[in-house]
Design a protein around this ligand. Structure first.
Ligand code: DSN
Length: 424
């Protein structure tokens, strides 16, 4: 039996084609530098908990209040995940059932708004999320979405603009947070604005949940009504989500998730979340969270030293947004070339981007995954040099240069095995 078959013996026997594809993905994740800031490597323990017989169980409802029998263990697993979330984030109430970030945010709207109501969030091209009221999302067509952005000159949120818009539009719900924000979010400032406007304030911390848990980004908890987060980004859990809130909103949130929006929770995911939350409570996780930020800052500095333009001029968190306009390479061309060089990023709009979202000016990079492998600030000049060479090769169409980078990247990474993956 090959080492790959030994890792997935039943699957290899029943469905060798699929086993081979999973094996190929393991190799890809091991040999490439994964810089997509919303991705990470979960631990072997999270992987194990997420792939269990918990798959087999239906459990609509909440612990102690289910619509199916046989919940002796499921109730305890969900209660454990809830308790760990409450303790880690210091919240009154946690719901660990949302299937992912978008359904979690939909549940928030269901709890606090009615179709046609005004809701407010950061514009998608400015770094917000689709579900923060952007037009092409259900949240922007079922509700009247009004948006704020960042200043063109600084790339930073203009809190005066947020306040003016909120007081003019009087939204029911205001979302803060996003998917391409390299800077610290001032939750206290948002809280003052939401109070003045009479809005429910929601912090979507999907990207930074692990940084908040590890003390590397201020917590929104004292300032907001609801915290929404995915569990699979910096928090390093399985693909899922959580909603956390003050006690006064607990019933509305629970009712919105089930029966408002979802059926049975994915119990295997709940178990994986419970494990990730336990890991995130360890001292080593706080070191991880701070290392993610230290790596991102070092990478930003190294990129600036090479003349790259970064939105907002750098980063405070795990994420760097690069504007490639001055390099005369579209973001998509650069992202695809870097992929061939073994450096996995995503193309991304930059604020006030003159190009279209499917062919924008920027690329978005981040350090959660490489930090999980143990890479340190000392490595970041080399990473920046690979990106620089890769972008130059994208511009000149130099495939041979991309192949050389790919080899160098894989060589470095052999010394830094990724959590959860087989060691070659
Ligand atoms: N898709 C996520 C991201 O990459 O940021 C947001 O939902």
């Amino acid at each position: 039996m090959s080492p790959r078959d030994a890792r997935h013996p039943a699957l290899s026997a029943i469905d060798p084609d699929l086993a081979a594809l999973i094996g190929a993905e393991e190799t890809l994740q091991a040999e490439t530098l994964r810089l997509i800031p919303s991705e990470n490597y979960v631990s072997a323990a999270v992987l194990e908990a997420s792939g269990t017989v918990l798959q087999n169980k239906y459990s609509e409802g909440y612990p102690g209040r289910r619509y199916y029998e046989g919940q002796q263990n499921i109730d305890r697993i969900e209660a454990l995940a809830v308790e760990r979330a409450r303790a880690l984030f210091g919240v009154d109430h946690a719901n660990v059932q949302p299937y992912s970030g978008s359904p979690a945010n939909l549940a928030v709207y269901l709890a606090f708004a009615r179709p046609g109501d005004t809701v407010m969030g950061m514009a998608l091209p400015m770094g917000g999320h689709l579900t923060h009221g952007w037009g092409v999302s259900a949240t922007g067509s079922w509700f009247r979405g009004v948006q704020y952005g960042v200043r063109a000159d600084t790339g930073l949120i203009d809190y005066d603009e947020v306040r003016e818009t909120a007081l003019r539009e009087r939204p029911k719900v205001i979302f803060c947070g996003g998917t391409a924000l390299p800077r610290t979010i001032d939750f206290a400032a948002f809280s003052e604005i939401a109070k003045e406007a009479g809005a429910v304030l929601v912090a979507d911390i999907a990207h930074i949940a692990g940084l908040v848990a590890g003390g590397a980004h201020p917590s929104p908890v004292p300032h907001v009504d609801v915290v929404s987060t995915t569990t699979h980004k910096t928090l390093r859990g399985p693909r899922g989500a959580m909603l956390m809130c003050r006690e006064e909103h607990a019933k509305a949130i629970d009712k919105a998730v089930f029966p408002g929006l979802q059926g049975g929770p994915h119990n295997q995911t709940t178990a994986g979340i419970a494990v990730a939350l336990r890991e995130a409570a360890e001292v080593s996780f706080a070191s991880y969270a701070h290392a993610v930020v230290a790596n991102a800052k070092a990478l930003a500095e190294a990129l600036l030293a090479r003349g790259f333009d970064l939105v907002s001029g750098g980063t405070d968190n795990h994420l760097v947004l690069m504007d490639l306009t001055s390099r005369e390479v579209p973001g998509k061309v650069a992202a695809k070339a870097l992929d061939r060089a073994g450096i996995v990023v995503n193309y991304n709009t930059v604020p006030y981007d003159p190009r279209k979202p499917f062919d924008p000016s920027g690329i978005r990079i981040g350090t959660p995954a490489l930090t999980s492998r143990g890479l340190a600030p000392d490595h970041m000049p080399a990473v920046a040099a690979w990106i620089d060479r890769g972008v130059a090769a994208a511009a000149s169409g130099d495939e041979a240069a991309l192949a050389v980078i790919r080899k160098e990247v894989a060589e470095l990474l052999t010394a830094y095995p990724a959590p959860g993956l087989p060691v070659a």
